[in-house]
Design a protein around this ligand. Structure first.
Ligand SMILES: [Zn+2]
Length: 352
């Protein structure tokens, strides 16, 4: 009765939710409360003399609608994941680039228990994007960050997603604090100029988070994720060939720029690879990210997924000698060492 008095005293009408312990576990319940006075409930009885049976019958007999309650919070939704989601849902990840790979990395991170994302991308979702993207025709012409957020919230309503629809440089100039406070930055842009910018900021600012770079090679011949950890030896530039700036473990020797295509009648260019190749790249990036976020990595490390390299001849692709047919559909993990002649970190004394 005291709850009823409280609700009525405050003129409350609406949903009332409560939890109670049953056999050591919390159970939820609730009702739709319509304002009613004790006088109305007790009609025909002198004040304080209504018996409990009549009281319950009058309260439950029409003025209370019972309903079931289901929890939608992240902890409940991810209760079957198996990973330490309590640890993961304290983390914030900043995803730069919400294209085909970035959109799926973002979705995968939330799916695995990350609660908070910062999405940075200034582009709009176009028709030519949707074949490989997380979002489809219903999100056409929306900003990619908003489209990805909508798609994630539609599935995981508890997700906390900040959208920044600018370039990374604009975002960092304006929002450096929230980016610096991320636990991890993931670059899904495959934009070497931007990635070198990220690496320069990473190297010069101790506040900048650790960075994971991910991309796929033409036709999905291989995809890579490189995790560069703050306060360790080496940097992203150490993985690049100093003469042509290609990744030094690329499977396709000639580099992706030779395979860039233009769609007929379309202003945009693209590197050919399939939606399945995007899935592989996003899974690889997500797995490596989770390892870092769960504290299982403490040094610079890379992972490569080798796709169907048996198709290289048919596709007229020249492969690096380190990739042979018998390694198709396999994973490689490798450490990333500091390169002495690295223009970013190699010029310092050898103990830095
Ligand atoms: Zn370096």
């Amino acid at each position: 009765m005291s709850i009823l008095s409280f609700l009525n005293r405050n003129n409350y009408e609406g949903y009332v939710v409560f939890s109670t312990l049953i056999e050591g576990k919390f159970a939820l319940g609730g009702w739709v409360h319509q304002r009613q006075t004790i006088k109305e409930i007790s009609r025909g009885y002198r004040p304080g003399h209504i018996d409990n049976h009549t009281l319950r019958a009058r309260i439950a007999g029409g003025l209370i609608d019972r309903f079931e309650i289901s929890r939608l919070d992240s902890k409940r939704i991810h209760s079957r994941v198996g990973l330490d989601t309590q640890e993961l849902n304290k983390k914030t990840v900043c995803v730069i680039g919400c294209g085909s790979i970035g959109s799926k990395v973002a979705f995968n991170l939330i799916r695995e228990g990350i609660d908070k994302l910062i999405l940075i991308d200034d582009e709009v979702l176009l028709l030519e994007n949707i074949g490989r993207h997380l979002c489809g025709i219903s999100n056409l012409n929306k900003l990619k960050v908003d489209a990805v957020r909508e798609k994630i919230i539609d599935h995981y309503p508890d997700a906390d997603i900040i959208c920044i629809a600018t370039t990374f440089n604009q975002a960092y100039n304006k929002n450096s604090e929230i980016i610096n406070n991320s636990d991890l930055i993931i670059s899904c842009t495959a934009d070497i100029a931007l990635e070198r910018t990220l690496n320069n900021i990473f190297h010069t600012s101790a506040e900048f988070p650790s960075v994971l770079y991910t991309w796929t090679e033409p036709f999905g011949i291989a995809c890579h994720s490189v995790m560069i950890v703050q306060r360790t030896k080496g940097c992203y530039e150490c993985c690049l060939n100093p003469t042509d700036l290609h990744f030094n473990r690329e499977a396709v020797i000639s580099g992706p720029e030779e395979y860039i295509r233009n769609e007929a009648g379309c202003q945009t260019s693209f590197v050919p690879y399939s939606s399945l190749d995007v899935e592989q790249a996003s899974l690889l990036a997500t797995r490596l990210s989770l390892k870092w976020l769960l504290g299982e990595i403490n040094h610079n490390i890379g992972m490569t997924y080798i796709g169907d390299i048996s198709k290289a001849k048919t596709l007229n692709i020249k492969l690096s000698e380190s990739y042979t047919k018998d390694t198709a559909f396999s994973y490689i993990t490798f450490d990333i060492k500091k390169r002495d002649n690295c223009k970013v970190c190699g010029v310092e004394s050898s103990d830095t």
